[in-house]
Design a protein around this ligand. Structure first.
Ligand SMILES: [Zn+2]
Length: 275
């Protein structure tokens, strides 16, 4: 419960941020029980019990439809679990939809030989810690969810906690964790001027700055996967820019090569989420 409210960030294991598996591993590790740090590994070795007999501390595995195994958390009671949740972007207490409980396990019963976790079928995206994992990409098509560029419904995006800014939910969670780490170094969160950009917004910007803006319908801002930063990051050679180069990758953000110095279109402020 000490982790409640901490950011969700894939690949991290506390204390500033957590993934669903690493949170379970740490909680049980503090009680002397060694467990894997990922949802599939946890599913594989945890001795199952009847979900109707769930006790506080049991591991709850969620999954639904074609996604296969999709989440792991720690049961607090038969209706709720504590989990580092990718959609919420934080360690939260969340309800357990009964039709999504794939299984319940009790590590204190001893571990079983690894059993493969049910994976996605029918071409579905893998779901990790409650949110879809999109294929990592740094170039080309960034399309996701079937939405056209710049026409993504607000309900499919997640807020960054800064004005009305939003990104795809996994990118938003990563951004919040990145900004928190930046604040740890500089005493102030990342300064943000732009994030998701609607198609209409792209058309407007292209009309104003054709040399700088992407052709409407092609901007990574239109996929909810890019941010434009300020507060020092918008200039090459600053301490803030150097910090981003050294640390952004830990949170899945990168500075695309086309925006690097000497590549024709220098944009120190533009950073993209590549998963
Ligand atoms: Zn940009």
């Amino acid at each position: 419960m000490d982790a409640l409210g901490r950011p969700y960030a894939p690949g991290t294991a506390g204390l500033d941020s957590w993934a669903c598996g690493s949170l379970v591993q740490a909680a049980y590790g503090s009680a002397g029980i060694d467990l894997p740090d990922d949802q599939a590994g946890l599913y594989g070795v945890t001795t199952p019990v009847d979900p109707a007999d769930v006790l506080p501390g049991d591991l709850v595995f969620l999954g639904a439809g074609e996604s296969g195994l999709a989440h792991v958390g720690i049961a607090l009671d038969p209706q709720t679990m504590l989990a580092a949740d990718a959609r919420a972007g934080a360690v939260v207490v969340r309800r357990l939809p009964t039709d999504e409980v794939l299984g319940v396990g009790r590590p204190s019963l001893g571990l079983r030989d690894g059993v493969p976790a049910p994976g996605p079928t029918g071409g579905a995206l893998r779901v990790e810690c409650g949110n879809a994992v999109y294929p990592p990409t740094t170039e080309g098509s960034r399309a996701w969810g079937g939405y056209p560029n710049g026409l993504i419904p607000p309900s499919a995006l997640c807020p960054l906690g800064v004005a009305g800014h939003a990104l795809r939910c996994d990118a938003a969670a990563a951004y919040r964790a990145l900004s928190g780490a930046f604040a740890g170094a500089f005493g102030t969160p990342l300064c943000l001027t732009d994030s998701y950009r609607t198609y209409a917004g792209q058309v407007r910007l292209y009309g104003e700055k054709p040399a700088l803006a992407a052709v409407p319908g092609t901007s990574d801002h239109g996929w909810g996967l890019a941010v434009d930063l300020c507060g020092g990051v918008e200039r090459f050679g600053t301490a803030q820019y150097a910090w981003m180069v050294a640390n952004a990758g830990r949170f899945g953000f990168l500075h695309p090569r086309w925006a690097d110095p000497g590549n024709g279109r220098e944009e120190p402020w533009h950073w993209e989420y590549a998963g």
